[in-house]
Design a protein around this ligand. Structure first.
Ligand code: SAH
Length: 230
């Protein structure tokens, strides 16, 4: 699976995508992440990616042409702005947007079956509406709050989708039996060593004894009882 991220701040992604599971997934060729600098797709001397809003008002708006040119270069659309045959088959283009469709585990599960996901990161006051009207399949929001840009939301999508891809997590069961899988809160609380954490003579925080008992039946019962059902 390939992720293409379109942004005016390409550096933002370096540290997060080059650590831990996401880094390993790329090294194992399970995913590819390509970051595209929107500024490279400007054709004026000043490399203008934004401009003031028509009709007045605060803030700057990302322009439609550089985004169009990026998608053209990535062979996702043709010159007439319509998706290429190949892209129609296996590619979805999303605009990160606070007012978009709410991203959740269900949507992440759907996205895993795609070959290529293109994520467009807005900035400032937003993005020329023609991007949403003509160039994307959907707008995606990661929650009801406003961020300064679409980069964090794009990282959230890449992260949550990647960990569902076979071979990415060390243990196959990890992605099957956890929070929100099958759309329920399924997970029980976790503990690891030490069994007793002594903060001082009086204060001791214990891990539940049953989990150390080796009695799988009892452990199963305890976990079921403590499933985080809301
Ligand atoms: N004026 C816009 C906010 C712009 S924030 C509004 O009122 O909705 C700048 C950019 O950050 C947006 O274009 C979008 O790409 C991104 N963004 C902000 N909050 C987001 C969220 N909750 N989910 C996804 N993207 C978000």
């Amino acid at each position: 699976m390939q992720f293409d991220i379109i942004t005016i701040f390409p550096e933002i992604f370096n540290s997060y995508f080059n650590e831990s599971i996401l880094s390993r997934a790329q090294k194992k060729n399970l995913i590819k992440i390509k970051i595209h600098d929107l500024r490279k797709y400007t054709i004026d001397k000043h490399k203008t990616v934004d401009d003031t809003p028509y009709g007045g008002g605060a803030g700057m708006i990302l322009k439609v042409e550089p985004i169009y040119r990026t998608l053209l270069d990535l062979k996702i659309i043709k010159k007439d702005g319509v998706k290429t045959k190949k892209a129609l088959k296996d590619t979805k283009v999303f605009l990160m947007s606070a007012k978009g469709r709410r991203f959740n585990q269900n949507l992440a599960n759907k996205f895993v079956s795609l070959k290529r996901i293109v994520l467009i990161c807005g900035r400032y006051e937003g993005v020329d509406e023609r991007v949403s009207n003509y160039l994307v399949d959907d707008e995606i929001s990661i929650g009801e709050y406003v961020l300064t840009g679409g980069e964090l939301p794009a990282m959230v999508v890449v992260d949550s989708v990647t960990r569902l891809i076979g071979g990415v997590l060390g243990n196959k069961k990890s992605a099957e039996n956890e929070s929100f899988s099958r759309n329920k809160y399924l997970e029980h609380p976790h503990y690891t060593k030490p069994e007793i954490f002594c903060l001082n003579k009086k204060t001791r925080w214990r891990a539940p004894k049953v989990l150390l008992s080796g009695n799988h039946n009892e452990i199963k019962k305890w976990r079921k009882k403590h499933d985080n059902q809301h």
